[in-house]
Design a binder for this molecule. Structure first.
Ligand code: MN
Length: 251
């Protein structure tokens, strides 16, 4: 038995997205989870793990059975799992945390990992954002709006949600949004640079941008944007002393 001492980070799997082969992407993540289960102490899911999800009071959407089962298996075996919601999986309420034994985080948080301070955020609720994005976000997070939404038939809302998600992805693709725009033009880099002036953190880890970025901000502040599981299949590992970024290559 190897020692369980590692913390793993992934984000932006977008499982269930209509533009992905859901079964094969789910399978790939499960294969990766199998490789980490013997030495993982902690697993941090940094948002947009599911492309769309809405928990009703008594009913939950179809799909993701094997993925959820694997998370439950890890959690039952003692792996501490943290799920930070992104802008695609905000509507996780009390079902998944209870069923899977995970800790849910609705916003960015600084947590201590093996004596090191990590600022963790999906990345959609920090830094400079368009007013339209902020507006939509405040509606999505509004309790009354959520309640009203829950009374629309799910077959309809799910259809619309998947259509919206795939059209916004196409738009981003067209605009070349998913490429590094340079430090000055990356809101998360700008945010991190300001944040470390006033806060005592060593690592800042983000998702959301679907780019792979590993940047030393100062000699003791490092920021990472985790990439995604659509084209990068990337993840980070912290072993208590060092942070590594790897790609999960399918064999
Ligand atoms: Mn996102």
């Amino acid at each position: 038995m190897s020692l369980r001492d590692k913390t793993y980070f992934i984000s932006d799997l977008h499982l269930g997205a209509s533009y992905l082969d859901t079964q094969s992407s789910e399978q790939r993540v499960i294969e990766w989870l199998n490789t980490i289960k013997s030495d993982a102490k902690r697993l941090i899911l940094l948002g947009d793990i599911l492309d769309y999800w809405f928990e009703y009071r008594h009913v939950v959407p179809r799909g993701y059975i094997r993925f959820f089962g694997k998370l439950a298996e890890l959690s039952d075996s003692g792996v501490e799992i943290h799920w930070f919601t992104g802008n695609h999986d905000i509507w996780i309420f009390d079902y998944l945390p209870a069923e899977l034994g995970i800790t849910l985080h609705r916003t960015h948080e600084t947590i201590d990992i093996d004596g090191h301070k990590f600022f963790l955020a999906h990345g959609d609720d920090v830094g400079k954002r368009k007013w339209s994005f902020r507006f939509i976000q405040s509606v999505f997070r509004n309790k009354v709006a959520q309640w009203c939404y829950s009374w629309i038939h799910p077959d309809l809302t799910m259809l619309l949600a998947h259509k919206w998600s795939s059209s916004s992805r196409k738009k981003n693709d067209k605009k070349g949004e998913e490429h590094f725009r340079g430090e000055k033009h990356e809101p998360l880099v700008q945010f991190a640079k300001e944040y470390i002036k006033e806060h005592d953190v060593e690592y800042l880890i983000f998702g959301h941008r679907h780019i792979l970025l590993d940047l030393m901000l100062t000699h003791n502040n490092r920021m990472v944007i985790l990439g995604d599981w659509i084209k990068h299949f990337s993840y980070a590992t912290f072993d208590g002393n060092n942070l590594f970024i790897d790609l999960f290559v399918d064999e």
